[in-house]
Design a protein around this ligand. Structure first.
Ligand code: LRH
Ligand code: MN
Length: 424
């Protein structure tokens, strides 16, 4: 499914004059408008290949129809998102949910949509048909060397798929852990996992990274072998410079201070990037910024300061990815809202006067420090995002256009009402 540029331009026409007023007003109140626009235009967020269909829970799944039936249709859906917001310029694949059959045709198809391939994800949290050994009691941690070997080989296979597609990172999330006291020897599980990760690390091409994603619980409910940022940091520090910690916002225990974790991982140059989403309780995988937009803003405050302090490229030095699951929203609308919320938090963080904040902190002027942050957070930056989209040839209002041209209905007429996408 492709949307014609003329349809986007025609739809934008009706909003241009109102936008010019709002953009003019916003630009008149901030002193680095063009610098912020340049950064917003360059800021691309990878879309998870496993979140283009309706998710669900063990209690039920309510499909919305028109879901992608193949990797080709998933790339087309990311292409549609990118045409509408010009901010979703890459896809993150999950193997074996999205094994490319023909690398060349997949790459050329993706390039026709302006899509590249971000990190590739391995999967040793499910047993595949015809799999010799089960991951029921873990994979890289497993007491059985044969199971660990099988999981190591899978990760090395995933690297091969990624190399063929032009990806530059392997993303490893391990569900490994235990559900009951006494079930697992924690230090043996750690050592087995480290030894296994070392074999995978050794197979990484020289210009690749390995992301180690931590998670507090689920599917194991007593211990998780990579259960928090400290454990992930322990692994990445022992593995080497190519190993970094991936922060999935939903993988923390309640009230964890994620912005502090981000600040320290950046200080150690051990932050890989993010799986953006939001949550109220557990790994809810809700729309980014839908529950706690202030936390997302505070995380971007640490990111912008950290990237500037370490002279990092905002565009390429960290991996910006979404990880969501859609139970009640249209997957594409949900992803467009997440991209918008992430870029709003980024733009607000770019408004923060870092020098003024540092001087307030040096003077322990707590109230002023909060004033500086909240002035930025309470600034409506949406005119800046719209201006960036217009300059990129995208839609001023992606979701409204998605609905106006009935894209979901068109996808249903093309693919059917009951198609099920691989993934979560
Ligand atoms: C685990 C996780 C991980 C993925 C999976 C799809 O909860 O966040 O990033 O592999 O979701
Ligand atoms: Mn994740």
């Amino acid at each position: 499914m492709r949307i014609d540029q003329s349809v986007i331009n025609e739809h934008n026409q009706q909003y241009i004059s109102k936008h010019k007023d709002e953009f003019g007003y916003t630009a008149s109140r901030i002193n680095n408008t063009e610098a912020i626009l340049e950064k917003l235009i360059a800021f691309q967020i990878a879309i998870p290949s496993w979140a283009l269909g309706t998710g669900g829970t063990r209690f039920g799944r309510f499909s919305g129809g028109g879901e992608p039936r193949s990797l080709e249709e998933k790339i087309a859906d990311v292409g549609l998102l990118h045409a509408l917001n010009k901010s979703s310029g890459s896809i993150s694949l999950h193997i074996p949910w999205d094994i490319p059959t023909d690398y060349a045709s997949i790459k050329s198809l993706a390039s026709t949509y302006g899509i590249t391939f971000d990190a590739v994800n391995s999967n040793t949290f499910q047993d595949q048909p015809h799999q010799a050994l089960s991951y029921k009691f873990g994979s890289l941690q497993h007491v059985d060397k044969g199971v660990r070997k099988q999981a190591i080989e899978h990760n090395i296979d995933v690297i091969k798929h990624g190399v063929a597609l032009g990806s530059k990172a392997l993303s490893v999330w391990l569900s490994d852990g235990s559900c009951f006291p006494g079930q697992l020897n924690f230090s043996n599980a750690f050592k087995n996992t480290l030894e296994s990760l070392e074999e995978i690390y050794a197979a990484l091409p020289s210009d690749w990274k390995m992301y180690i994603e931590y998670k507090a619980f689920e599917p194991n409910f007593y211990s998780t072998t990579v259960g928090d940022w400290g454990q992930s940091y322990l692994f990445t520090s022992k593995l080497g410079d190519k190993a970094k910690t991936l922060v999935d916002l939903g993988h923390h225990l309640p009230n964890a201070n994620i912005e502090q974790i981000v600040s320290l991982l950046m200080m150690e140059n051990k932050l890989a990037g993010f799986h953006f989403n939001d949550s109220k309780y557990g790994d809810d995988d809700l729309t980014a910024g839908s529950i706690n937009p202030y936390q997302l803003f505070l995380i971007f405050n640490e990111l912008v300061q950290g990237m500037n302090d370490h002279n990092m490229s905002h565009e390429t030095d960290l991996s910006w990815m979404i990880d969501a699951s859609h139970n009640v929203k249209d997957p594409l609308e949900d992803l467009m809202q997440s991209v918008e919320a992430i870029k709003i938090a980024y733009a607000q963080a770019l408004l923060i006067d870092a020098e003024m904040l540092k001087s307030a902190q040096q003077k322990n002027d707590v109230a002023m420090a909060q004033e500086i942050l909240q002035n930025a957070f309470r600034t409506d930056v949406r005119p800046l995002l719209r201006e960036a989209r217009i300059r990129l040839g995208a839609s001023i209002n992606p979701i409204e256009l998605f609905r106006k041209v009935k894209l979901r209905d068109l996808l249903i007429s093309e693919r059917g009402k009951n198609t099920i996408a691989t993934g979560l």
